[in-house]
Design a protein around this ligand. Structure first.
Ligand code: ZN
Length: 398
């Protein structure tokens, strides 16, 4: 689908998806639902149940053909700049490509790749407000991008956070990417942000690119940001004992990213599992980056964590859906009444050794995506990027 904006992305009145073979809720407490039909009205989930019990008269009909329906995936860590362009690897259309990897929502960890990024306080506030407005009004392929995430620079005072919140800014970019890097100043500014309802994420680990710097466990614990951003490094990870201490001593979200250290990501998963802290695990790509743009990055992380981390696939999917929605206060990410009607329909890839969708992910394969629906509207049919799904859903009546 072409690039889109809310003006053209109107939710259809009602949409019913029937014949769902496996319904994944995104909720860790109950990841598989016993239902085969989902009805959406005005972009929100209205009913979940069996076909005979749901009145879907007049609705657009999708036959899932026995495939799997899950909430649309959320990428908790991206670095957008403007529109559907990234200067980091000079690519156009990268967000639309992620849609074809099942990603329906993205969260900016700072628009730090903006050429000539302003570092004075007035300039950084203006840029954050601009990004929040621009990405609210522009949704490539229908993907919802939560952006406008300023990084902390020296000279910011409490009033600046109050101003940002009043102007609609809801989150900080990665703490540590600006000039403020010491734990005590981080702590003060994160506290001001929190006071005005602005969520925070901190860079964790070694420098990402020349010019950025190390953030170790002591700084992360002192700053006490809401999300321990890329706890597995972006790309250089902290030593294992520091990662274990962050899992144990902090109660904040543990973000594992694709563009991080994979072994450290698995260590985080194992440690969180032993501590019974899986609700804190959320996933991102930390892209675009030096490692590139990864349209299938979240799917690849799901397969990695499930296959090598010994986590059931339906649980891994919660990390990229319901967990992130709960921690980020989003209305998507869960299959439940009044949640956003934002879904991905998928099936085992053709010729996967895994005999079901879940078994194929647990075997380390990527699923094939057959359809993506955002706010009750079909945003993409068969993915141009995943391996082909064995069975495709069908749009029957519009
Ligand atoms: Zn980072």
């Amino acid at each position: 689908m072409a690039q889109d904006s809310p003006a053209t992305h109107k939710p259809s009145a009602s949409l019913v998806i029937r014949n769902i073979g496996l319904l994944l809720s995104g909720d860790l407490d109950n990841p598989i639902l016993d239902a085969d039909t989902v009805l959406a009205v005005d972009g929100k989930i209205r009913a979940i149940g069996t076909q005979k019990d749901i009145d879907s008269e007049g609705a657009t009909v999708i036959d899932a053909k026995g495939t799997t329906l899950a909430p649309g995936l959320i990428d908790s860590h991206v670095h957008p700049v403007a529109g559907d362009w990234t200067p980091r690897q000079n690519q156009l259309g990268w967000i639309d490509s992620y849609l074809h990897g099942g990603v329906t929502s993205m969260i900016s960890a700072g628009e730090v790749h903006t050429p000539g990024r302003p570092k004075d306080v007035v300039g950084l506030k203006a840029m954050a407000i601009f990004a929040q407005r621009a990405f609210s009004a522009f949704r490539p392929g229908g993907v919802r991008i939560h952006a406008g995430a300023p990084v902390l620079e020296h000279g910011m005072v409490e009033e600046d956070f109050k101003d940002l919140a009043a102007a609609g800014v809801t989150m900080l970019g990665e703490v540590g990417l600006g000039s403020v890097k010491d734990g005590s100043t981080d702590h003060q500014m994160v506290g001001w942000a929190r006071k005005y309802g602005i969520q925070s994420t901190i860079h964790t680990g070694g420098p990402s690119i020349p010019g950025s710097s190390l953030i170790d466990k002591d700084v992360v614990l002192a700053a006490d940001a809401d999300v321990i951003g890329h706890i597995n490094g972006g790309h250089t990870a902290l030593p294992d004992d520091q990662i274990e201490i962050l899992c144990e001593k902090s109660a904040r979200a543990l973000e594992i990213v694709h563009n991080g250290n994979e072994r450290a990501g698995l260590l985080t998963l194992r440690t969180a599992s032993e501590l019974r802290q899986l609700p804190r695990i959320i996933l991102g790509t930390d892209s675009p980056a030096g490692s590139g743009v990864q349209p299938l990055g979240i799917l690849r992380l799901l397969a990695l964590l499930s296959s090598l981390g010994n986590v059931p696939a339906e649980v891994a999917i919660c990390f990229a859906t319901g967990n992130t929605a709960k921690i980020r206060n989003l209305n998507c990410g869960l299959i439940a009444p009044e949640r956003d009607a934002t879904f991905v329909l998928m099936d085992r890839a053709q010729h996967s050794a895994g005999k079901t969708l879940l078994k194929s992910i647990e075997a380390g394969d990527l699923p094939g995506i057959g359809m993506v629906i955002i706010d009750g509207v079909v945003a993409a049919q068969r993915s141009r990027n995943t391996p082909p799904a064995t069975t495709l859903p069908e749009l029957l009546k519009t």
